[in-house]
Write a protein that binds this ligand. Structure first.
Ligand SMILES: Cc1cc2nc3c(=O)[nH]c(=O)nc-3n(C[C@H](O)[C@H](O)[C@H](O)COP(=O)(O)O)c2cc1C
Length: 163
């Protein structure tokens, strides 16, 4: 099966998960990156990001290459921002028509997934969802435990995915 892992990551957590998925299931990676590359920290970061969610912004992305026709299975991952997908995902999903694919969703958060999967499923209607997984700040987790969690999830998914 042709597989791609598409993700946005502001602070490295979703990137870590995407890389581990890609190491287990070889395929392409699409790292969505904001055109605005300014690094924000602390409260300014939460205010800036939260504001983007509340105002329903579609931030500009750096150019990326993705042709959904080339894939059967897509992993799509985002950090949770104010209970929602990071707006970079909204930009991507508006720019790219994805239908008829098998999709596994993942998110990284500090504590709660909020409405991330509900919103992504809505934006991605017309696809088949084969699984979803929440990771709590995986960068801070024990690497062995994290690897085992990902391995189990991928095993579980392999029972859901139609070859
Ligand atoms: C603007 C902003 C809003 C956030 N809102 C939430 C939230 O609502 N719930 C939560 O559990 N974590 C929230 N977080 C924490 C991130 O989801 C979490 O640290 C995640 O692992 C970051 O993923 P990344 O490193 O791939 O960017 C927020 C972080 C930022 C920057």
């Amino acid at each position: 099966m042709k597989t791609a892992v598409i993700y946005f990551s502001y602070e490295g957590n979703c990137k870590l998960i995407a890389e581990q998925i890609n190491a287990s299931i070889p395929g392409d990676m699409v790292a969505l990156q904001l055109e605005d590359a300014k690094t924000r920290k602390g409260m300014a970061k939460y205010l800036w990001g939260g504001r983007q969610v509340v105002l329903n912004r579609r931030p500009a992305l750096k150019p990326y290459t993705f042709d959904s026709a080339a894939y059967d299975l897509l992993f799509i991952g985002t950090p949770v921002w104010a209970g929602s997908p990071a707006p970079a995902l909204d930009t991507f999903l508006e720019q790219t028509r994805i239908t008829g694919k098998q999709i596994a969703l993942f998110c990284c958060c500090a504590g709660g997934k909020g409405k991330v999967f509900d919103k992504l499923r809505r934006s991605l209607s017309g696809n088949t969802f084969v699984g979803e997984m929440v990771f709590i700040n995986p960068v801070k987790q024990d690497t062995g435990t994290l690897a085992a969690t990902i391995r189990l999830w991928l095993e579980e998914l392999s029972g859901q995915v139609v070859p």
